[in-house]
Design a protein around this ligand. Structure first.
Ligand SMILES: *[C@@H]1O[C@H](CO)[C@@H](O)[C@H](O)[C@H]1NC(C)=O
Ligand SMILES: *[C@@H]1O[C@H](CO)[C@@H](O)[C@H](O)[C@H]1NC(C)=O
Ligand SMILES: *[C@@H]1O[C@H](CO)[C@@H](O)[C@H](O)[C@H]1NC(C)=O
Length: 520
């Protein structure tokens, strides 16, 4: 409930727009060209050097030792946003230790929408794999047309900097027209978080607390990627998540397996029985009662998108893993399973002696860590309750069970294909990359997108430029200079196209004669 524009105001804007259509259009074109020229005239060097500076901060959110580096990176970005011409640039605390960097520009023409640009300044750990890096992860360098360093792609190079550079280009290229103040085509709020790589554990309360400050018409996520340099994609959804640990305790102490074996419960065996009861062995579907009750059926449109994606299971899944065959819920293709079906996975388990050789005990405890990936309309709370009920119903004798949440929890996210920002992004990507985008989903989880939907009631258009071969999260992370350049230009075009589309929507009469919300 962000932007109620009265029909009267819309009519007024429409009249003004229509009255100045020709002058307005040519002025807009020249403003866009001025911004693109500003970028071209600066050349690559300043843009390259600022990415090298930002990547040099080891902003690893998983490691407490890097806390100071994260705060330093946040400070660098706050200054960069202010330098770019954005206002109210500041660092907002969260309930955790790592703050959000925020800035805004709210002087777009009357009736223009407000977009929230989302990205993250934290990165995955890298020093644990230092010997595998060809150059130091936090002494980034340019080699062979690519930036190399942790965060060069995710999210500093593929996401965070290009929109800032585009906003700066528009604000500093005298793009106000007629000697007026600089002006963006739409209102912009920028929000960069510091905990994305650890699952955004404090994002929900942060968004709830700052719902007014962050109110917007849609989110543009500068975190995400494209299929290749010439094949764009638009993301329609991600799976949610729930992580928990089941522990079985059968005794106060480990006991001699000769003196007590065969006479007391064995927690390893009990856990194996309990876990086995969670899946149907014949068809790999989850056997927990009610698990699929709220799963939406796969639609014809979903199947069409899957067909258009043209998934090569051997090349994209099995060969890189060295796996012999795909295994999953019967009756669904692999991509249907990944994009549209939930899963429950054992991600860790243990009981008894783990060292070399043998220690002859009946252990006293066993545990399994489970991770569910959820799809609409499942919720983490519902699935947690179903798993608890299943454990209680299937508990072998002489065991005490306890279940503990592991702080890995997110709602699934989905959005309709047809939205104004998706349409505009598709147009810009097609123009710049030479092919129309494919509509994709991901089996993975970005908690922020569902959180924006919950707290701000908006959908997210993913507009980011990471590539699948960039080694994100892995040694030798990299990002091509060509994509870094393209992203800057793409953001300029996106912002002007979003402004034009909003003006055109405001000028069109409402279909049903009702006052028209700035509907997306
Ligand atoms: C199992 O739980 C019961 C009831 O709380 C308790 O009395 C017992 O000591 C527990 N057993 C073990 C092995 O922890
Ligand atoms: C799998 O098998 C179980 C038990 O026979 C059955 O209830 C369930 O519907 C099957 N699911 C699929 C996807 O075939
Ligand atoms: C916003 O909330 C309304 C009312 O609950 C809902 O119908 C609509 O789908 C929501 N929009 C988004 C983008 O989540």
């Amino acid at each position: 409930m962000v932007r109620h524009i009265s029909w009267l105001a819309l009519a007024l804007v429409a009249t003004l727009l229509l009255a100045s259509t020709f002058a307005g259009a040519s002025q807009k074109t020249s403003r866009k060209e001025a911004a693109l020229r500003f970028i071209a005239e600066r050349g690559d060097e300043p843009y390259n050097s600022e990415l090298l500076q930002l990547v040099a901060y080891p902003s690893v959110s998983a490691l407490p030792d890097n806390h100071g580096d994260l705060l330093a990176a946040a400070g660098w970005l706050q200054r960069r946003l202010a330098d770019a011409g954005l206002e109210n640039a500041r660092i907002l605390p969260t309930q955790g230790l790592l703050p959000v960097v925020y800035a805004e520009y709210l002087h777009a023409p009357p009736g223009a929408p407000t977009a929230l640009v989302y990205g993250h300044y934290d990165v995955q750990p890298a020093m644990d794999t230092l010997p595998l890096w060809a150059s130091h992860p936090f002494k980034p360098e340019i080699r062979g047309g690519r930036f190399w360093g942790r965060g060069a792609s995710d999210d500093k190079g593929s996401g965070v900097l290009p929109p800032v550079q585009a906003l700066e280009a528009i604000l500093k290229s005298g793009a106000g027209g007629g000697g007026g103040p600089p002006q963006l085509p739409i209102n912009i709020k920028v929000m960069l978080e510091g905990e994305e790589e650890v699952g955004s554990p404090h994002l929900d309360p942060f968004l709830a607390q700052h719902a007014d400050l962050l109110a917007c018409d849609y989110v543009l996520s500068a975190d995400g990627g494209q299929i290749s340099e010439t094949q764009p994609s638009l993301s329609l959804g991600l799976r949610g998540a729930l992580g928990l640990e089941v522990e079985l305790v059968t005794a106060a102490t480990d006991v001699h397996s000769g003196l007590a074996g065969g006479a007391v419960q064995n927690p390893g065996r009990a856990l194996a029985q309990l876990l086995a009861s969670m899946w149907h062995a014949g068809n790999h579907s989850v056997a927990i009662k009610g698990f699929y009750d709220n799963v939406r059926p796969i639609t014809q449109e979903d199947r069409d998108d899957i067909l258009a994606y043209n998934y090569d299971e051997q090349k994209e899944l099995l060969t890189p893993l060295g796996a012999s065959e795909a295994v999953g819920e019967a009756g669904y293709t692999t991509l249907e399973r990944l994009w549209h079906r939930p899963t429950l996975e054992v991600v860790g388990m243990g009981a008894g002696f783990q060292g070399e050789g043998i220690k002859t005990i009946v252990p006293r405890r066993a545990f399994a860590k489970l991770a569910a990936r959820l799809v609409p309309d499942q919720t983490p709370a519902e699935i947690e309750a179903l798993i608890e009920a299943h454990v209680a119903d299937h508990l072998p004798p002489a065991c005490n069970a306890s279940i503990q949440l592991l702080g890995f929890k997110a709602h699934p996210y989905t959005q309709p294909k047809e939205s104004l920002p998706n349409r505009v992004a598709a147009k810009v990507l097609t123009h710049l990359m030479g092919n129309p985008p494919k509509f994709v989903r991901s089996g993975a989880t970005i908690p922020a997108l569902a959180a924006f939907q919950t707290h701000l009631n908006v959908s997210t258009t993913v507009f980011a430029f990471g590539l699948p071969d960039s080694n994100m999260h892995a040694p030798n992370e990299n990002h091509p200079l060509s994509m870094y350049r393209l992203a800057r230009r793409a953001w300029v075009e996106l912002l002007f196209e979003l402004g034009d589309a909003a003006a055109a929507a405001a000028a069109a009469p409402p279909a049903d004669g009702q006052p028209q919300r700035n509907e997306l």
